[in-house]
Design a protein around this ligand. Structure first.
Ligand code: HEM
Ligand code: HEM
Length: 376
């Protein structure tokens, strides 16, 4: 077996990269179309999780493929080809390479912008590419879609050109890229195994899932004492995103709170709370909690070991919560509930005269009851 390329033939490594990527790109279209028709639920999430993992695999293989290409010479095109044909062939190959990077990167950006961190087969969580943002998501989605279809169209033209070489020109171009007799069998077996595993995963285990609560059916309240009286306020706008692993246990938790949305039932007090001596929403519009480590003392009860940022102060916080799946038919949903006592002065919520805890107590009890539903 010839590993390296020669000026006449592609070596087995280049062929392996070419045909594995072809197979995976086909899987990508199949998974995307299967997911597209489904209503939101575990099956759609599982298909899209697989789509993302395979997409990242393509990105990695395309990188290795280009490195290998750079370290090798490439076969020369037959001298019988016209200049424009050489130009078209090289242009199409270059475009295919560009798209093998651009399509997964757009997909990754889209997922980050929608606050769905990308996990590679549940084994490794990739960093977020961009901050969550609705309009970035819309743009990245359109780019991903347009580029994916461009990749599909160019690949079909490329296939037709390869067939023309073989059946019309009767030259060596298709033959020299054609894998060894045994390789298609191996690839087909791998594909069949992958599809089989996908089916089994759907049937047998929940797979990883991203759950989100965006305020509807959820509550985030804070109890504090004002002039010795217990008072309750709430944040109306906050988003909770939780990723669960194959066993249904939490893997990551992110809560983003729009501080401006605070509501204590009194406009003047709310104005004061938003002002610079307390939450200073002009400078610190968002409070957030992020955690990727969890402990569990009992079934369904967890502690998230994470970081809480309010204003410009970030502190380690252990957030206790219970996670229960809501019973009954219909779309699945989960309830994340618990409470924690925080000291407002630890986060600088109280500058100047508001440092005094005589009027407004230091301890604040934050209570959360968040409805989470699966999202793609
Ligand atoms: C070469 C690799 C890839 C190809 C060919 C591909 C292709 C596609 C296609 C054709 C669609 C359907 C278009 C639509 O109607 O939205 C789609 C959707 C999607 N792709 Fe990819 N994709 C690739 C990689 C990725 C990666 C790496 C990610 C994320 C890490 C990703 C995430 C998604 C998501 C989340 C959707 C569903 C979008 C929605 O409907 O909200 N894709 N992809
Ligand atoms: C997703 C689908 C495909 C992609 C992304 C793709 C990508 C590429 C790229 C980038 C090259 C250039 C290799 C280089 O110069 O390093 C190439 C070469 C080649 N591809 Fe594809 N390809 C796809 C599908 C196919 C199909 C379906 C066939 C034929 C049945 C095919 C046949 C060939 C042949 C014969 C060559 C070698 C051309 C030469 O020797 O100069 N490809 N492919």
């Amino acid at each position: 077996m010839q590993f390296r390329n020669t000026l006449e033939r592609w070596g087995s490594v280049a062929k392996f990269f070419h045909w594995t990527i072809v197979l995976l790109v086909i899987c990508q279209f199949v998974l995307a179309f299967l997911a597209d028709d489904l209503p939101i639920g575990m099956e759609k999430l599982t298909l899209l999780a697989r789509h993302k993992s395979i997409g990242i695999t393509i990105l990695a293989l395309a990188t290795l493929r280009l490195l290998w290409r750079a370290a090798n010479r490439s076969p020369i095109l037959p001298p019988t080809m016209a200049a424009w044909e050489r130009f078209a062939a090289k242009g199409a190959h270059a475009l295919l390479y560009v798209l093998l990077f651009a399509v997964p990167l757009a997909g990754w950006t889209m997922s980050s912008a929608r606050n769905f961190p990308v996990s590679w087969f549940g084994l490794y969580q990739l960093p977020d590419f961009v901050a969550p943002n609705e309009s970035t998501y819309e743009t990245a989605h359109t780019i991903h879609e347009v580029l994916a279809f461009s990749l599909g169209i160019i690949a079909v033209l490329h296939l037709l050109a390869a067939l023309k070489h073989h059946f019309v020109n009767r030259d060596e171009v298709l033959k020299r890229m054609w894998p060894f007799a045994r390789v298609p069998v191996v690839l087909v077996a791998v594909a069949a195994a992958a599809i089989g595993t996908a089916g089994q995963t759907l049937a047998a285990e929940p797979g990883t899932a991203t759950l989100r609560g965006n305020g509807t059916g959820s509550k985030l309240t804070f109890d504090f004492t004002q002039a010795g009286a217990g008072t309750t306020g709430s944040f109306k706008a906050f988003t909770t995103t939780m990723v669960t692993g194959t066993d249904g246990a939490p893997v990551s938790l992110q809560v983003a709170i729009d501080v401006q949305s605070l509501d204590t039932g009194d406009k003047e007090r709310d104005g004061l709370l938003r002002d610079k001596d307390l939450f200073d929403v002009k400078r610190f519009a968002e409070a957030k909690f992020t955690a990727t480590r969890f402990t569990s003392e009992a079934k369904g009860r967890y502690q998230a070991l994470g970081k809480l940022t309010i204003r410009d102060v970030t502190r380690d916080v252990t957030l206790p919560f219970a996670l229960t799946q809501t019973p009954g038919g219909g779309a699945p949903s989960w309830l994340l509930a618990g409470e924690i006592v925080l000291n407002r002065l630890d986060y600088g919520v109280g500058q100047g005269e508001w440092r005094d805890t005589g009027m407004v107590g230091n301890a604040v009890t934050v209570k959360y009851s968040v409805k989470l539903t699966p999202v793609p």
